[in-house]
Write a protein that binds this ligand. Structure first.
Ligand SMILES: Cc1ncc(C[n+]2csc(CCOP(=O)(O)OP(=O)(O)O)c2C)c(N)n1
Ligand SMILES: [Mg+2]
Length: 540
């Protein structure tokens, strides 16, 4: 019986637990669709490859398993590149697999269908953490296992595998192919499986030093990024034992419940909170880059002494004490070394946290009053474990990030860092695919929604309730504000906004307009009971 390259891809994905993919069929990837389908891997067909990429990202963030996207060659690969860049800056395990030009393709451009001037692999290497073009049928299984090894060790990030189109239908045992030098780099028909490696252990000396510093610090604070998510219980215990306030980045949102008396919430972007952090004796930063996109300005020094726990040694350049470990192992080892009665969280610290929250919010109270009542209405009606997907819109980064409190059971999936637009709806589709029992709601601006509005069709196919709340200011509002600040013509940021509710209905979904928070609550409650997408427009 013939075992093709496409069969090896499907077998390799199955062996690593993949049950679904997001993608679009095209002439060159049809053998993939055939083999994946025959191996029981279900594809969700999106309306654009960028949508497939964001859906794979949302799927990975919610399921904790890599999200897989399948595209065809050339333009399809470039279409998904923005989503791969986003997954890279948010450390999300996304695997993109596409065909490439055939092995026997001439080196000079020949006008082959979907041919790119340069290498697809190199194009994707600019945005992915790992990018590889296989050169034999047997190497396909190896490439898949390598990608999953990468996902399971170290800092997660997206991987890209290019499979020359002629290998997809080629037989693993085809002697012509083998004779031409395309022999295997692995035993025939072997599907290697990525090993489950034990977590990296931090240096005991660094753990002891960090514990000593935290123990003797008069003032300490904890900063949590997305890398701390798997250590939510440990981080809470550490904060309570130290009596230390907890500040998070966007990706760290809710790891310690934002209603906890020690939580300052998503606050690393606040200048007042940055100044306060700078003056702590010790700051412990866990699973965060401490990047410009976390500070919303060039990063400043945190604490007189900065301790970092991170799986990625490349993050340690500014640390006084570096624990290279996953957050769970690092925090657990710190807890083991701290005296059990280290500190009590007292009334004084609670008052300090309240003052910090006020200092974070006071300068923007007027601006944020636009979104806060609506977000309050959403908080009241959504389940604690709801998934909210977010976009590069003001209602998300000024609104939901600071003003929609979450606990560790909830999620807000925000496109940080790369700061793409059009993330919310396809990421919500991925979240729905990952967990059919969880409420999912997308939050977007009118501009961002129109980047991937065609995915309303994919949401309709899925047939699960998906409220999409859109703050419609007929334009790229943030950019309009920046243009105004610079004193320049703002018209390039104006948009003719179509009837978004009608577009949702045209795709087989539903549409609402909400002029008040009460209208929004009624519409979202309704939408959560109806299959398919429901666009709820809040006009400005
Ligand atoms: C792919 C991409 N293109 C352009 C931008 C620049 N940009 C940042 S915010 C923004 C406006 C988004 O408009 P909308 O979604 O309506 O949100 P609003 O700013 O109005 O709240 C733009 C164009 C971007 N972040 N990403
Ligand atoms: Mg807008």
């Amino acid at each position: 019986m013939k075992t093709t390259g496409a069969d090896l891809l499907a077998a390799g994905l199955r062996a690593h637990g993949v049950t679904r993919t997001f993608g679009i069929p095209g002439t060159h990837n049809l053998p993939m669709f055939d083999s994946l389908g025959r191996n029981g891997i279900v594809n969700i067909t999106t309306r654009h490859e960028q949508g497939a990429g964001y859906a794979a990202d949302g799927y990975a963030r919610v399921s904790g398993q890599p999200g897989v996207a399948i595209t065809t060659t050339g333009p399809a690969v470039l279409n998904i590149a923005a989503a791969v860049g986003q997954a890279c800056s948010d450390s999300v395990p996304v695997l993109v697999v596409s065909p490439g030009l055939p092995l026997r393709h001439p080196a000079l451009p020949s006008g082959f269908l979907h041919e790119m001037r340069g290498s697809q692999r190199l194009a994707m290497a600019q945005v992915a953490a790992l990018s590889h073009r296989v050169s034999s049928v047997a190497e396909i299984g190896v490439a898949v296992a390598r990608a999953f090894t990468h996902f399971r060790q170290g800092r997660p990030g997206p991987a890209y595998i290019e499979i020359p189109a002629d290998l997809l239908d080629a037989d693993l045992f085809d002697t012509d192919f083998l004779d031409a030098g395309h022999h295997s780099c692995a035993p025939a028909a072997w599907i290697p499986i990525a090993a489950e490696t034990g977590p990296a252990q931090p240096s005991p000396a660094a753990v002891a030093r960090a514990a000593g510093l935290l123990h003797s610090a008069a003032t300490a604070a904890i900063v949590l990024g997305g890398g701390a998510r798997a250590a939510a219980a440990e981080c809470l215990e550490l904060a309570e034992r130290l009596g230390a306030p907890v500040v998070t980045t966007a990706n760290g949102k809710g790891i310690v419940a934002e209603t906890h008396p020690l939580s300052v919430g998503v606050a690393l972007q606040s200048p007042a909170v940055q100044r306060w952090l700078a003056e702590r004796d010790v700051v412990l930063a866990i699973g965060t880059e401490l990047a410009e996109s976390d500070f919303w300005r060039p990063p400043t020094r945190l604490g007189r002494t900065l301790i970092r726990i991170d799986i990625d040694p490349d993050q340690m350049y500014a640390a006084d004490v570096a624990l290279v470990a996953n957050a769970r192992v690092g925090v657990r080892q710190l807890l083991d070394q701290l005296l059990p009665d280290s500190r009590e969280e007292g009334a004084e610290v609670r008052a300090e946290v309240r003052a910090l929250l006020d200092a974070r919010d006071a300068p923007n109270r007027e601006r944020d009053s636009r979104w806060v009542p609506y977000l309050r209405a959403l908080r009241q009606l959504l389940a604690a474990n709801a998934v909210i997907t977010s976009d590069s819109a003001m209602c998300c980064y000024y609104g939901a990030l600071p003003h929609l409190p979450l606990g560790p059971e909830g999620r807000l999936l925000h496109p940080t860092g790369f700061g793409t637009l059009g993330f919310a709806v396809p990421a919500a589709i991925g979240a729905l695919a990952a967990d059919p029992d969880r409420q999912v709601l997308a939050l977007s601006g009118d501009g961002g929604l129109q980047f991937t509005i065609q995915e309303l069709g994919t949401a309709a196919d899925l047939g699960r309730p998906l409220p999409i709340v859109v703050f419609d200011n007929s334009g790229y509002g943030e950019i309009r504000a920046e243009m105004a600040e610079r004193g320049q013509d703002q018209r390039p940021a104006d948009l003719r906004t179509p009837d978004l509710a009608a577009i949702s209905r045209a795709y087989g979904g539903h549409g609402y307009t909400a002029a008040t928070p009460a209208d929004l609550a009624a519409a979202v409650r309704d939408a959560l009971g109806r299959p398919g997408p429901s666009v709820v427009v809040i006009p400005e």
